[in-house]
Design a binder for this molecule. Structure first.
Ligand code: AMP
Length: 287
């Protein structure tokens, strides 16, 4: 597996690979790789001749009071994990190579979808994401790019951007990978104390309870969301930022009834750590 540091080198590598008629899969990450990331890498290496994993803690998607400085980093571990999952290249640029002096071009998905859910408390976040992802698409010349449903709003924003800007790339959504006890894997889980980690299980437990209720025929979204809030509120350290339901992937308001594909998403703080989780549900076919 190769480590490539600069956009110019990656672009030259990709151009050569493409000239040989090979397909390129891209897995954009911020590193500190876990099984969630590895599932994306595995899928890409199954579907493409070459898989490029970017490991880049992208400064433009962090707000001024967020965790850019403290975000966990361990490139040596990431190299081993990426290689094991089937990556051919790790792209690990320096911020100044991605955003050199006089850098001034940003991609904003300006429909309502960046203003709701996480966009409410993280203004500018999705502009940073859309910008870096566009750059990574261009540099890597990828045929396909892999994104986790864990970040469902991000996935929807990227799908919107690719459609709006006629980008010639296939977006491949990948399911959420969870720890054995249900906690959605995240590089940020490392911030949690033992007590917070234990109480954070309320998120997946609440979503599982909602999923079961829907399977049993429940369709009243307000009741479903109330049930989720009540369950999470049993954890004394949990500070709920939002529990919302919107259509997926359009992220438009849905009525009070579950009558189409719907994203039920939440963000909850435990101390200074902000966790997100979600389920995508459809009305019970059997009911
Ligand atoms: P990150 O490094 O957190 O920016 O995530 C990089 C990619 O991995 C994004 O597409 C995420 O949605 C995806 N990802 C992160 N955690 C998980 C998970 N638990 N399951 C599936 N995909 C994930």
């Amino acid at each position: 597996m190769q480590i490539i540091k600069t956009p110019a080198e990656l672009n030259a590598y990709a151009a050569k690979v493409k000239s040989e008629g090979k397909t390129v899969g891209l897995v954009p990450t911020m590193g500190y790789l876990h099984e969630g990331h590895k599932s994306l890498i595995r899928k890409s290496s199954e579907q493409n001749d070459v898989t490029i994993v970017s490991v880049f803690v992208n400064p433009t998607q962090f707000g001024p009071s967020e965790d850019l400085e403290t975000y966990p980093r361990d490139l040596e571990r990431d190299k081993a994990a990426a290689e094991q999952a089937g990556a051919d290249v790790i792209f690990h640029p320096e911020p100044e190579d991605m955003y050199p002096k006089r850098y001034g071009t940003y991609v904003s998905v300006d429909s309502g979808i960046t203003k709701i859910l996480c966009g409410k408390t993280r203004p500018g976040h999705f502009r940073g994401v859309a910008t870096v992802v566009t750059k990574l698409f261009n540099i890597s010349m990828a045929d396909r790019a892999y994104f986790g449903q864990k970040d469902a709003q991000q996935l929807a924003v990227i799908m919107r951007m690719v459609s709006d800007l006629n980008m010639n790339i296939e977006i491949v959504p990948c399911p959420i990978v969870r720890e054995a006890d249900g906690l959605a894997m995240s590089s940020r889980n490392t911030y949690l104390s033992a007590e917070e980690r234990s109480q954070a299980l309320s998120l997946s437990a609440a979503l599982k309870q909602a999923e079961d209720a829907i399977k049993n025929g429940r369709t009243n979204l307000d009741k479903i969301k109330r049930g989720i809030r009540d369950k999470i509120s049993e954890a004394p350290l949990a500070d709920i930022e939002y529990v919302e339901s919107v259509t997926f992937p359009e992220l438009e308001p849905c009525g009070g009834q579950l009558d189409r594909k719907t994203l039920i998403a939440l963000a909850v703080r435990f101390g200074t750590t902000r966790l997100i989780d979600n389920i995508i549900v459809s009305p019970n076919q059997e009911g």
